[in-house]
Design a protein around this ligand. Structure first.
Ligand SMILES: Cc1cc2nc3c(=O)[nH]c(=O)nc-3n(C[C@H](O)[C@H](O)[C@H](O)COP(=O)(O)OP(=O)(O)OC[C@H]3O[C@@H](n4cnc5c(N)ncnc54)[C@H](O)[C@@H]3O)c2cc1C
Length: 381
């Protein structure tokens, strides 16, 4: 139990909490991070580690993602985190998908992105691609890290290089600056940022309840090394009807109607495809989306079959053997991509409500810490 007073307490050591600790510590603040688990075990280590710019909702989220990508590019080498892949390849297997990509490329979000013919895609994607492939969107903006190792490395970097204190196996159950009451005693911190992920009840339950948040459960797989190397993460046509940067474009309506008719079960299970590859060659593949106030722990096998079927449709190859299966849960809201609430002048609640925390957290943290701590230099973007 650290006796000294802190400038900032951060509740939650997922990527959102770590990003706030990073920005505050870099600005010279004395920071303590509090988490109930001995090490990160939530959404932040269960995801693809896909730091996505292209496809984020137009405007604010897209700008936050660009900034977050830039911070990851700085912090990853400093923290010993390997960038496993860069960029994105997204297949188009119908004229409707081609039209959505063309419309996307004509917006400001298409900056730096381009169209690949089917032959160019195959060259970039180690020969992958089904016979009906018409071409692909290529984006240079993305980074991909292996979250299960990257998040602990980021925490170690904060602790060892930036002097951040960590209180693990500690529940924070009352925040009233300058005191944060925990299961291990009272922490003295002038300000507190609460980054609780999908814990909507332990702190400020009434405030969070007012925003009618729900949860989304996702199914994920690790597949065996296919014997090839993908320089970029891979997505498929279904993503054009799900990621808001594409799906909000009017041209996406025709594609969505076609895909709903052709692949009704994929839509029932909220399936789209991301294929990410790590240093061991294994493929992190997903995902499905099931929404509820409290998603049941029972992940339907049908969703997994749909994910693997889309892998086959997008790559033209049978999926390699399944090595691991897991589910993850994140917070969702119908009306916002993130929630920042101020229950007290010295407290902020920060919850990413769109399944984009790896991609937006550093940008969000700069905004929150810049305003809370009155740091002019951090008040971007
Ligand atoms: C399967 C899956 C795939 C995803 N893929 C991507 C992706 O590729 N790219 C992307 O950008 N995003 C992705 N996301 C979303 C992203 O992972 C989340 O938005 C992000 O991890 C949320 O981070 P967080 O820190 O808010 O939550 P979490 O990682 O859940 O961390 C919250 C932490 O707070 C702690 N906590 C809560 N309340 C208290 C308390 N009172 N006291 C002590 N500790 C407390 C918990 O123990 C937990 O460790 C994915 C999510 C999932 C589940």
């Amino acid at each position: 139990m650290p006796a000294r007073p802190f400038d900032l307490a951060v509740v939650g050591s997922g990527i959102v909490g770590l990003a706030h600790a990073y920005v505050a510590a870099r600005a010279g603040r004395r920071v303590v991070v509090i988490d109930r688990d001995p090490r990160a075990n939530g959404a932040s280590i269960r995801n693809f580690g896909f730091i996505t710019v292209t496809g984020q909702a137009r405007g604010d989220s897209w700008r936050l993602a660009r900034r977050t990508r830039d911070v990851w590019a700085e912090v990853a080498p400093a923290a010993g985190i390997r960038v496993e892949q860069t960029g994105l390849l997204l297949t188009a297997r119908s004229p409707e998908a081609v039209t959505v990509i063309e419309a996307f490329l004509a917006t400001e979000m298409g900056d730096g992105c381009g169209w690949l013919s089917a032959a160019q895609f195959r060259e970039r994607a180690a020969g992958l691609g089904a016979p009906d492939l018409m071409g692909a969107l290529a984006s240079p903006h993305e980074l991909r890290v292996e979250s299960r190792t990257a998040i602990p490395l980021l925490a170690a970097y904060l602790r060892e290089r930036l002097g951040v204190d960590f209180m693990t196996e500690t529940v924070a159950f009352e925040v009233a600056p300058p005191r944060t009451v925990t299961s291990r005693g009272t922490v003295h911190a002038a300000q507190t940022v609460v980054c609780p992920g999908d814990d909507f009840v332990t702190l400020f339950g009434d405030r969070i309840a007012a925003h009618a948040l729900r949860r989304c459960r996702l199914s994920m797989l690790k597949l065996a090394d296919p014997g090839l190397r993908l320089p970029s993460a891979l997505m498929s046509d279904l993503s054009l009807a799900r990621y808001r940067g594409y799906a909000d474009l009017p041209e996406a309506r025709a594609l969505e109607a076609r895909l709903r008719a052709e692949l009704p079960s994929s839509f029932d299970h909220g399936v789209h495809l991301i294929v990410a590859q790590g240093a061991d060659g294994g493929l992190i593949v997903g995902d499905s989306h099931h929404y509820a106030d409290l998603p049941e722990p029972f992940a339907p096998a049908e969703a997994e079959r749909e994910i693997l079927a889309e892998f086959g449709r997008a790559t033209g190859r049978p999926p390699p053997a399944v090595l691991e299966r897991w589910t993850g849960v994140y917070a969702v809201a119908d009306d916002r991509t993130y929630l920042i609430d101020a229950p007290d002048p010295n407290v902020r609640i920060v919850i990413v409500t769109s399944g984009t925390g790896a991609s937006t957290s550093f940008g969000l943290a700069e905004r929150v810490i810049g305003e809370l701590c009155d740091l002019k230099e951090a008040a971007r973007p």
